[in-house]
Design a protein around this ligand. Structure first.
Ligand code: Z5A
Length: 230
């Protein structure tokens, strides 16, 4: 039976864009995040996974906004004696994230777009928590403040042994965090493994050839789009 409400009195349902997807790549320095994000930037728009009209936003932390770019410079290549102490470093990463959330991530997700980010709050727990030894519950509180509780739909942890990370860096000069020493970097690597277990991140073997790593990432994204990743 047809509707009893005259057509001119029917109120159209507001068009609600489906919430987008938020995907994060995490791992130690040199694990291949940049390489894989570039591959996904090429593949994802024509993969059929995005809803019609949805766009792909590729971004990063630190540095996904104008403020973030300035913070990135201060965090990784501070001039003179401007290097932050550990607590100041933690707060600067939180400030970068709060700005990133408000200006980039939330608006994109609300418009139904996909956001792929090179690092997110897991990096703070790994580097400032496990690496620097700052209090993990305090970091969790700060994460809650900066993100308002927003979590990635999927985090891909590109697992790479530290020795291979150092080999890949080769003669390239280290930024301030990379220059913190091997013991620090090993604590960070161990931290990523612990976080992956706690937070249910998807592990990707980053020692494989780049194309094999890419295939693993594509398969995880297909699972997310199909609803088999929660
Ligand atoms: N940080 C923090 O402390 N707290 C926080 O909350 C956040 C960040 C958000 C940001 O640096 C720094 O900030 C980072 C953590 C800290 N610490 N440091 N240093 P970043 O994320 O911009 O840069 P990075 O982590 O040092 O990444 P990277 O050096 O750009 O590496 P990558 O992006 O993971 O890897 P890549 O550039 O794709 O590859 C590295 C090299 O390996 C390159 O020569 C590739 O050609 C090669 N490669 C890539 N894949 C392969 C495979 N599969 N096989 C062989 N070789 C490969």
């Amino acid at each position: 039976m047809g509707s009893l409400i005259p057509v001119d009195l029917q109120v159209a349902e507001p068009a609600v864009a489906p919430r987008g997807r938020f995907v994060v790549l995490e791992g130690i320095d040199g694990c291949g995040k940049t390489t894989q994000l570039e591959a996904l930037r090429t593949w994802l728009p024509s993969s059929g996974l995005l809803a019609p009209g949805a766009q792909l936003i590729v971004t990063r932390e630190p540095g996904g906004t104008g403020l973030g770019s300035a913070l990135r410079q201060l965090l990784l290549h501070p001039p003179g004696e401007a290097a932050p102490e550990p607590m100041a470093e933690l707060l600067l990463y939180a400030a970068d994230r709060a700005q990133h959330l408000e200006q980039v991530i939330r608006p994109a997700l609300a418009a139904g777009h996909w956001v792929l980010s090179d690092r997110f709050s897991g990096s703070t727990a790994a580097y400032q928590g496990y690496g620097r030894g700052l209090d993990l519950p305090t970091i969790a509180q700060l994460e809650q403040l900066a993100t308002g509780g927003l979590e990635p739909d999927l985090t891909l942890w590109l697992e790479l042994p530290l020795a291979e990370s150092l080999r890949r860096r080769g003669a390239r000069s280290a930024d301030r965090i990379e220059a913190s020493g091997e013991a620090f970097l090993q604590r960070v690597a161990d931290g990523f493994a612990a976080l992956a277990r706690e937070r249910g991140w998807r592990r990707v073997d980053a020692t494989q050839l780049p194309e094999q790593v890419a295939a693993s990432c594509r398969s995880q994204l297909a699972g997310l789009a199909a609803g088999s990743v929660s």
